[in-house]
Design a protein around this ligand. Structure first.
Ligand code: SF4
Ligand code: SF4
Length: 285
């Protein structure tokens, strides 16, 4: 019974991720009709990286929404999207990455493939972690804002040239259901399919490579980790410096030293691994 309970606890996060994925992509008819839902839900952002053009998507991706506002020729400050980031970030930090992001779920499932030898630390990891901030600044903010055509209209650079979540959840199902679209394929789809395939392959060996190195949404939420209302706290009186939290962390973070690192996706593995109960998740005191 005890073993069953601990197994259920271990798999609870995967169950939450799956339920949230199903809820935010509940327009199932879109997958076989090959079209996208355009109802009022699309005016509301979902917290994770969930492509607007996914046939099942009932809401909008916040990174896509931010680029849409910044690239518009009638540019206005993105109050709604900024407020959305502030709300989720200040409340939960990167808990969204660990529990509510569809592309995070895909990477988690691929990492469970048993035969692939796991790599805890990628060469250059320390520097690669900053790439996501360059993508946020360059592809999500500056290029959509300043690389505009003669009528002042920009493009959603990250969605168009990078986002592997969009390729997987929108590009692939839309192409599968619309044969005429397949005839119009060009270099751009080949480029994005190559990004997606590389990340999916890498995910079997390295834990969440996209979240670690490339995701602009993770970069935004990560900035909130140190100040979020719900956060990790380590009771130094209980900590015996055994290092079990770090061993359990697939991102190789020393949670007993930096419990609110911008890299932490709040998966909770360290919390379960701590033998003394020193790691605690809760409201900021
Ligand atoms: S520090 Fe803990 S919660 Fe954060 S990613 Fe590592 S194991 Fe997960
Ligand atoms: S597992 Fe717990 S007791 Fe061990 S180092 Fe981490 S926080 Fe401290």
């Amino acid at each position: 019974m005890g073993k069953l309970f601990s197994r259920l606890r271990r798999n609870a996060r995967t169950a939450i991720q799956m339920v949230f994925f199903a809820l935010s992509n509940g327009y199932a008819a879109g997958f076989w009709r090959g079209n996208i839902y355009k109802g009022p839900g699309k005016f509301v952002c979902v917290p994770g990286l969930n492509c607007y053009s996914c046939p099942g998507a009932l809401g909008a991706c916040p990174i896509g929404a931010l680029q849409a506002v910044l690239s518009s020729r009638e540019y206005k400050f993105a109050f709604y999207v900024t407020g959305f980031f502030l709300l989720f970030g200040a409340l939960l930090g990167r808990l969204v990455c660990g529990f509510l992001c569809p592309f995070g779920l895909v990477q988690d499932l691929l990492y469970k493939i048993p035969f692939a030898r796991k790599v805890a630390r990628v060469p250059g990891d320390r520097f690669l972690r900053y790439v996501k901030y360059f993508i946020l600044a360059g592809f999500v903010i500056l290029l959509p804002l300043f690389a505009v055509d003669i009528i002042g209209q920009g493009q959603p650079w990250f969605c168009k040239y990078v986002c592997p979540s969009g390729t997987l959840f929108a590009g692939v199902p839309l192409l599968a259901a619309n044969p005429p679209l397949r005839e119009a394929l060009g270099w751009l789809f080949t480029w994005k399919a190559a990004i997606l395939a590389s990340l999916l392959l890498l995910s079997a060996f390295v834990y969440r490579p996209f979240c670690r190195y490339l995701c602009p949404l993770g970069a935004i939420y990560g900035l909130f980790n140190p100040v979020a209302i719900y956060r990790f706290q380590v009771d130094q009186d209980k900590c015996v410096a055994c290092g079990k939290c770090r061993q359990a962390c697939k991102l190789n973070l020393a949670v007993n030293k930096t419990p609110n690192s911008a890299e932490c996706i709040r998966c909770g593995d360290c919390l379960r691994a701590c033998p003394t109960g020193a790691v605690r998740w809760g409201k900021r005191r």
